[in-house]
Design a protein around this ligand. Structure first.
Ligand SMILES: [Zn+2]
Length: 125
C-alpha cells in the first residue's frame, strides 16, 4: 500500500497514473506521473506532468521593481514566444522517497504483467 504523499489515481491496465504530493503542502505543486506500456514499441514509458508558474519576485517590495520584472517577461514572450521557468518539487523524508520508489516499482511490475492483455476498462482506485 502506497500512502505517504503518493497516490494511485487510475489504473487502465496498460497505463497507470500516480499523483505525488510536494512536501511543501501546496496542491499547486503536485506532480502527476503516468506509467505506460506501449505495445507498438514494447517499452514502458514514464511521463511527469507538473504545472509551472512564473511570478514576479515577491522579495522585491517596490511596486516599480515588480512591475518592471513583469514588463521584461512580457516583452520576452512577445519577441521570442517563450520564457523559461523552473519550479521545485520537494520529496522530503525517507518515507516519502520510499513510497515514491514503491509506486514506480509497483507500476512497472504491473505493466510488465499486463504486457499481453491491454485492457481498456478503468479500475478506479
Ligand atoms: Zn511544493
Amino acid at each position: 500500500m502506497i500512502s505517504n504523499n503518493v497516490m494511485k489515481i487510475n489504473d487502465y491496465g496498460d497505463m497507470i497514473f500516480y499523483r505525488v504530493a510536494c512536501a511543501c503542502g501546496s496542491n499547486d505543486c503536485d506532480c502527476d506521473i503516468s506509467l505506460e506500456y506501449d505495445k507498438s514499441i514494447k517499452t514502458i514509458s514514464m511521463i511527469f506532468y507538473k504545472n509551472l508558474y512564473w511570478n514576479d519576485h515577491y522579495s522585491h517590495k517596490m511596486f516599480i521593481t515588480r512591475w518592471l520584472s513583469r514588463l521584461k517577461v512580457s516583452l520576452k514572450i512577445l519577441f521570442t514566444g517563450y520564457i523559461k521557468v523552473n519550479e521545485e518539487f520537494l520529496i522530503q523524508s525517507e518515507q516519502h522517497i520510499d513510497d515514491f520508489i514503491k509506486a514506480l516499482q509497483e507500476g512497472k511490475e504491473k505493466l510488465k504483467k499486463n504486457k499481453g492483455d491491454q485492457k481498456c476498462s478503468s479500475k478506479n482506485i
